[in-house]
Design a protein around this ligand. Sequence first.
Ligand code: MTE
Ligand code: HPA
Ligand code: MOS
Length: 789
Amino acid sequence: MPDVTIPAPPSDRIDGAVHDSHRHESAHKHVSGEAVYIDDLPEPAGLLHVCLGLSARAHARVVSMDLDKVRAAPGVVAVLTAADVPGENDIGAVGLHDEPMFATTLVQHVGQPLFAVAAETRAQARRAATLAELVYEDLPAVLSIAAARDGERKLVVTPMTLRIGDAAAALDRAPHRVSGRLAVGGQEHFYLESQIAMAVPGEDEEVLVHVSTQHPSEVQHIVAHVLDVPDGAVTVEVRRMGGGFGGKETQANLFAACAALVAKKTGRAAKLRPDRDDDFQITGKRHDFEIDYTVGFDGDGRIDGVDMLFAARAGYAADLSGPVTDRALFHADNGYHYADARLESLPLKTNTVSNTAFRGFGGPQGVVAAERLIDEIAFALGKDPLEIRKRNFYGTTDRNVTPYHQTVEDNILPELVAGLEESCGYWERRAAIRAHNSGSRILRKGLALTPVKFGISFTATQFNQAGALVHVYTDGSVQVNHGGTEMGQGLYTKVAQVVAEEFQIDIAHVRPTATNTGKVPNTSATAASSGSDLNGKAAQNAARAIKERLVAFAATHWNVAPQEVAFQRNHVRVGEREMSFASLIRAAYMARVQLSATGFYKTPKIHWDRAAGRGTPFYYFAYGAACSEVTVDTLTGEYVVDRVDILHDCGRSLNPVIDKGQIEGGFVQGMGWLTTEELWWDAAGRLRTHAPSTYKIPACGDRPKVFNVQLLENAPNREDTIFRSKAVGEPPFMLGVSVLHALSDAVASVADHRFCPRLDAPATPERVLTTIGALRERARQASPNQAGP
Ligand code: MTE
Ligand code: HPA
Ligand code: MOS
């Protein structure tokens, strides 16, 4: 088991100082069950329960929808359709208007909502929803990437192309060239707390919405739009989510808007919590991709030219497919220098649920493509993939311009990878595995060490801003509020540490309060891993504003120079005097000093011109590397992950134990995506893997048997981020790629590493077995007289 002991802070420091390992502010409540999620909130008297009526067809004209039996069902209080929406019948993200809240004459995917039924109990609402009588006229449905490419190629947004140098010319003159196609699957978020919203109607136009969302401001905006009331009439509050993982960046809009609509129509509070199977079918997932690639390289494995086309299944509407497919291109280099490259996205419209943000936000799909290129080169030249990786890393002073024309100024991958290579004993284990495999016919081992470089910032520059609100009360206790949301990642803890550090008071005196659009307005989604970067700085600015007032007050009041006022471990020194923080606050209050402040932050330096494909979209990069070892049963395709070693860069970590949790969780989630998690739609467009019985996320027993996670030491962020830390939420997800490559390595051994296995993802046991069969067949054809291994 990973080491979870939290070291005691040195005694001269406040409790919960920045850079100290301090437990998550809700950890004890998560384990005891006391943490309040939306469904745990006390239910207002007269609460109604809402259930959505869903389309059974992938693409059809709705000829008629008879809801009489739904209305007449026991306990039903209201049945609402598009006709009942006072404002715009749309819940689309970021101002796109292509996602009706309720479908009307056309349904575009199985599971699309058509109506809502509100009843006295949840069971009554669910039962009533099944009584709708719908007549459909089916239309041709485009379900897969392949079908979407074959047809008239409808796109949900304008694609992007990144160009640097001359890819075609470079490929022409390259001594070696390989082309292929990589398929990589989607992923269900499987947050433990499903989507949920509870709306409480207020006076006049007002409504309060408790909702599990990463983006309270957007929910506020969507609810206002649907109800046709000003944004100011809508308050959205979220104390915590039981996981979001990107699945609540936009996907909470529908549930919140629907609960709010019922509340305003009936005058009663309303709650909407879909059943897990419904949640699976209604909400978008990670985009699956098909990536066509050509890579040119020299005899040493140095990349000479790259051409890639990233076709993605966007689903029926745009949602975040534009920025997601953009980010796939931004990470199609992973940590490698492409002097000449052409990278193009193809966000295809399909009659499936509209795919959305998921940890890494398209980046993982880009990274998997980059690593496939490395594998192809290694197999073509008969070299170890790690050698090829190292040969192609970005330089520090040259070979350091990305395909989007940003210069990489902080590249630490060569040292970081060298460190891991050494500490995990890569080459000794490589030799040991070769020896093992030559003596083991059925059980084959594989090893792979893969790097990660991940760009930090929202690629849409305007989202890189944040606000905070800090109150100091007269007893010296502090409340901090900010626009970021807590989804388990530890943001509230980190921001509280920042405020504790600024005032030099124990973190127990700093209380984070629920994110609320009435406290901090116009916030961005907590996403792109930038929650602590943005909100940490905003809260620091707010705390510093109050501190400046306190210093000015103390200097005047006790007649000392401002430099003689110092905040030290729950005390304040004013010249020769020492007083508790609380007594200073009390004195400041008596002198009518304002003890509350807002703070604001916007990320410097960044800009992005999408049409030109040029700019500096990222403030900095976060780095990491993982080495995974697996054992594959070549008779069944089943496998175990024997050992994983990770070295990850968190800059100067704000909280090492929380960051370690993010690295472990991110890795395992990434591993699940590439191994056992498989989404499967039938020919009618119905998702048949919509519950844990058929959709397999990693379980406790699937975790690596040996799991060594280290944070890179003495590596402060070169940019002026909050206490020189680095974002950590998403980057470790891509460390899971090492498992795919370790599997590929084990599989390749059945044909003596002569052919690139081209193992697609998810590498389920079934796919591993098929790939083994194909490799053996290929080996037989290449040398028909040799008996296969
Ligand atoms: N960790 C937990 N426990 N639960 C989550 O839902 N979401 C991830 C990551 N880590 C998530 C998580 C995603 S997708 C992002 S973008 C970041 O956390 C968001 O939080 P941050 O910006 O504060 O790191
Ligand atoms: N990352 C995550 N979420 C986002 C982004 C991004 O770059 N842009 C818009 N939402
Ligand atoms: Mo994370 S996918 O940016 O919510």
